[in-house]
Design a protein around this ligand. Structure first.
Ligand SMILES: Nc1ncnc2c1ncn2[C@@H]1O[C@H](COP(=O)(O)OP(=O)(O)OP(=O)(O)O)[C@@H](O)[C@H]1O
Ligand SMILES: [Mg+2]
Length: 227
């Protein structure tokens, strides 16, 4: 059974896969708890009965753990391209067969059709982009853009993490489509905080409370919230 209840994150922050803000970007320096947080999200996706895909560019125990539970995973540039290509193909197929008919309503989505979401958790996206050759990088970016732009309605949802976020690092289309943004950790620069959340860390003054497993999240519904 697929369960569409929003996934609790902290306090009144929930991850609702059926909303516009489902695509997620998590920015945090090394050791701030990105992979640990992703493990929670991954577990909840499986518990809710959705399909999970994991890209772990650093090939850590995160991949191994979920791979041994039967989740499709990828680490090398070839594996990553193969997984992204399959996801885009299956997304295109879903649109052609389910969401293109005349009977589709404006508020139709995967949930109204009782379909599971197809969630891609992509840890260390910039390491992945840098791990391939030029041609592979361009193709990874193209496929990610397609998922980011077109995925929501059919339930193709992306969760990306990165240690940094420069304007040139990720295609703008991809970052813009990630309407839920997390920033975690103690050592977050003013610039990184601003790029990730659109807000200024200095406005929080001495009350900035980022640490391991702690930080801030921005959603269209709740604005900037501590978690
Ligand atoms: N929510 C948390 N509460 C307590 N400890 C945590 C939490 N999240 C992570 N940690 C601790 O911090 C360590 C680093 O976490 P994690 O590997 O998730 O960070 P990361 O951001 O993925 O780091 P890297 O950039 O090296 O991949 C973990 O080994 C864990 O012990
Ligand atoms: Mg990690």
């Amino acid at each position: 059974m697929t369960n569409y209840n929003p996934i609790p994150i902290y306090d009144d922050i929930y991850w609702d896969l059926t909303t516009e803000s489902c695509h997620t970007l998590l920015i945090a320096p090394s050791g701030a708890g990105k992979t640990m947080f992703l493990s929670y999200l991954a577990g909840m996706i499986l518990k809710r009965g959705h399909n999970l895909f994991i890209i772990d560019a650093k090939n850590t125990s995160f991949r191994a753990t979920f791979q041994s539970s039967g989740v499709r995973t990828a680490s090398t540039p070839d594996e990553i391209l193969c997984l992204l290509t399959d996801l885009v193909e299956s997304m295109t197929h879903d649109y052609d067969t389910i969401f293109s008919s005349n009977s589709v309503q404006l508020d139709d989505n995967f949930a109204t059709h009782q379909l599971p979401a197809q969630v891609l958790i992509f840890d260390e996206v910039l390491s992945a982009l840098d791990s391939g050759d030029k041609k592979q990088k361009v193709e990874m970016e193209r496929l990610l853009k397609l998922l980011a732009l077109k995925g929501r309605m059919a339930g193709y949802i992306i969760v990306l993490t990165s240690q940094r976020l420069l304007a040139t690092d990720l295609p703008k289309t991809v970052t813009e489509q990630c309407q839920t943004r997390y920033v975690m950790g103690a050592n977050v620069s003013e610039e990184l905080f601003h790029l990730a959340t659109g807000s200024y860390k200095k406005n929080l003054g001495t009350s900035y409370k980022g640490a391991v497993g702690k930080g801030y999240v921005v959603t269209p519904k709740n604005g900037l919230t501590y978690f």
